[in-house]
Design a protein around this ligand. Structure first.
Ligand SMILES: *Cc1c(COP(=O)(O)O)cnc(C)c1O
Length: 387
């Protein structure tokens, strides 16, 4: 806490030691099993840390052209994989410059773009939908929900796949998990085998997507390793994993300050210089309640406060916490696990400033990486750049 007291707030701090710890777990997994691990950049794309992460990883995974280019530029020499719900004609040619593996979401797009990809020497994949939901609660993160657009079901495969199109394919891709343990992967892999086991021997690789919470303390690595080995032995495929969260789990802090304390019907509300809607959007979208140093999410003990942002959005509320000591104006509030789905997802709604990024290195010193300001806000909204 004392370390952060002098920082201008709000700001994000990325913890290099924690990134290294996560990287070491993933690299050891790859070493033991021969699987290849990619960083899913949509969760964490602070490229100042790519040189640190690169030695632990096989490369990056992208959700489209810009992330593919970022991975190619900032993790040079490493693999670049891309999956997109649908590719645009005018982007595809440029994408071929950056991507090594290109995964399609439909057999139609595989037919349209596949021959171009093959000519450019790319490894091509198709996302399959094993129709196996293993998560409750977060429906917007369930690609196997009924009516989902994510991936080709076996039914559609049987209607649309032909021998010529199949010959374009080098691998299959599935992504169905979110913050889950390996039991869910085990269940999913059985569904993949049941539905697509007949075509997998013709593939060179199988990409098992992200959502594996591998670096969480209670994660069952042995079951994950069994899944990887099973795929390797049953189908002779190279196995890819592309976690986002697991790479940067618990590797960031969000530092904010109390601006004011108001009260309504007995509820004390601390208004921060930080916003859930702008700076930690998954708090509202997922939703979840982030950890805070010196506070508990359990009601009852300590001093209860609701934490909220200064924006006009009534629902810009982080959650209800019990603090060890009562909060006062000017107090620092330190959120944990703030490296993922934050800096790559934030916004300037209400003209809220974008929090700067800081690096916390192994020696415990802090370096400022960005200088966001009024210009950052203005640039996105109009003619500030005067083309
Ligand atoms: C979101 C996503 C990931 C990363 O998911 P995490 O939950 O951050 O591990 C990987 N691959 C694909 C295709 C994704 O959509």
């Amino acid at each position: 806490m004392a370390l952060f007291a002098a920082l201008p707030t709000p700001c994000y701090v990325i913890d290099e030691a924690r990134l290294r710890e996560n990287g070491a777990v993933l690299a050891a997994l790859a070493e033991r099993t021969g699987c290849r691990v990619l960083l899913a950049q949509k969760a964490f794309s602070n490229y100042d840390f790519y040189p640190l992460l690169a030695p632990y990883l096989a490369g990056t995974e992208a959700s489209g052209l810009y992330e593919a280019r970022l991975g190619w530029e900032e993790m040079p020499g490493k693999e670049v994989h891309v999956f997109c719900g649908a590719y645009r004609q005018e982007e595809f040619q440029e994408l071929l410059r950056y991507a090594d593996h290109i995964v399609f979401n439909s057999i139609h797009q595989l037919k349209v773009f596949g021959p171009l990809g093959k000519m450019a020497g790319k490894s091509l994949g198709l996302r399959i939908n094993p129709e196996c939901s293993t998560q409750e609660g977060h429906a917007i993160y369930d690609p196997c929900a009924p009516g989902s657009r994510m991936g080709v079901t076996r039914d559609v495969w049987d209607r649309e796949m032909d021998e010529e199109t199949l010959a374009l394919l080098d691998g299959l891709h599935f992504h169905t998990l979110c913050e889950q343990n390996s039991d869910a992967l085990n269940t999913t892999l059985a569904a993949v085998e049941e539905k697509f086991g007949d075509v997998l021997p013709r593939m060179q690789w199988l990409n098992m997507g992200g959502g594996h919470h591998i670096t969480r303390p209670d994660y069952d690595l042995a079951t994950l390793e069994n899944c990887i080995r099973h795929a390797q032995q049953a189908w002779n495929v190279t196995v890819y994993l592309e976690p986002g969260e697991a790479v940067a789990l618990n590797a960031g802090y969000f530092v904010s300050r109390v601006l004011d304390i108001v009260e309504n019907g007995g509820t004390r509300i601390a208004i921060l210089d930080a916003s859930a809607a702008c700076h930690m959007p998954d708090v509202l979208e997922m939703p979840y309640q982030p950890p805070i140093l010196g506070a508990s999410t359990e009601p009852g003990e300590g001093h209860p406060f609701r934490l909220a942002g200064p924006t006009c959005l009534a629902g810009d509320v982080v959650g209800d916490y019990s603090f060890e000591a009562p909060l006062a104006e000017g107090d620092l509030v330190l959120f944990g696990d703030m490296a993922i789905y934050t800096t790559c997802k934030n916004n300037t709604f209400n003209g809220m400033p974008l929090p700067d990024l800081w690096r916390l290195d192994r020696a415990g010193s802090l370096t400022r990486l960005t200088r966001f300001g009024y210009e950052t806000f203005k640039e996105r909204l109009g003619r500030a750049n005067r083309l």
